[in-house]
Write a protein that binds this ligand. Structure first.
Ligand code: IPE
Ligand code: IPE
Ligand code: MG
Length: 254
């Protein structure tokens, strides 16, 4: 859909505040292709993607989303050329350094999911500082998925729960979905009701496999560096028009 003639305010007015998702997750994809289209190196796409992160974070907080999770680096992304991986890690340090003040101004708390222990020390340090500096903010939580893999997370949860059983905290037949959720890195967060992926790809790429079990999926061809507040609002409007049945039939939902 062409959004060029529509104002952000017009889209905002179409949003039903009673039916907002509490948690939106986004697979930010298409930076490389965006740069290639412009005859520039892939890293140029990544640095321009930061503007989209800023816009969407602001847009989500403005309408009252409680949790926004952004897939920034997957465990599989280490397989990319070393120069691209290094550039991404440096970009993270620079962006965190610059944006933490804005997060504080906007009362947004930063958190991270994924195996952070494997990040380069400078990146980990900048991330932990950002998390600590924003820990008392209450308007929205921005979750960065970094060195994240859903299969890794599920295995980690299994190890945690096995240890709990071994210690006699409960028996294996007492393991519930809640116990499992509490052992994931998203413990305490509601599951995302909406997953957005940009750039026309229609796969999960190892993202939040457990948490997205009943999410609505929204795919857009827009490449991440072109993705703006308007596109985000459009996806929320689309989500609000869907009927979420959770196994029931339409007539049971009134
Ligand atoms: C998403 O854009 C950013 C990361 C995975 C870090 P890509 O870099 O995957 O861009 P494409 O998919 O190659 O266009
Ligand atoms: C998924 O994008 C990971 C992130 C957005 C960080 P990729 O571009 O790495 O996914 P695949 O490899 O195309 O599935
Ligand atoms: Mg990609």
């Amino acid at each position: 859909m062409d959004l060029s003639n529509i104002k952000v305010e017009e889209l905002r007015a179409q949003i039903n505040e009673e039916k907002l998702p509490r948690h939106v997750a986004i697979i930010m994809d298409g930076n490389g292709r965006w740069a290639k289209q412009k005859g520039r190196p892939r890293v140029f796409g990544h640095s321009n993607g930061v503007t989209s992160v800023r816009e969407v974070t602001e847009g989500a907080a403005e309408i009252g989303i409680e949790y926004l999770t952004l897939y920034a680096f997957s465990t599989e992304n280490w397989k990319r050329p070393a120069t691209e991986v290094e550039a991404l890690m440096i970009l993270l340090v620079q962006t965190l350094g610059k944006e933490v003040a804005t997060l504080n101004k906007n009362n947004i708390r930063l958190q991270a999911i994924g195996d952070i222990s494997k990040l380069p020390p400078r990146t980990r340090k900048a991330l932990l500082k950002g998390i600590d500096d924003t820990k008392n903010n209450t308007r929205m939580t921005l979750v960065l998925a970094l060195n994240y893999s859903a299969k890794w997370e599920i295995l980690e949860a299994t190890r945690i729960i096995s240890d709990q059983v071994k210690r006699g905290e409960f028996s294996s037949n007492e393991i519930t979905a809640d116990i499992f959720s509490d052992a994931l890195s998203t413990a305490g967060m509601p599951d995302p009701e909406l997953l957005i992926r940009t750039s026309g790809e229609t796969r999960l790429s190892n993202f939040l496999l457990w948490q997205l079990a009943y999410a609505e999926f929204y795919f857009t061809p827009v490449l991440w560096p072109d993705y703006r507040k308007k596109h985000f609002l459009q996806s929320i409007i689309d989500y609000q028009q869907r009927e979420r049945r959770f196994g029931k039939i339409s007539e049971q939902l009134t």
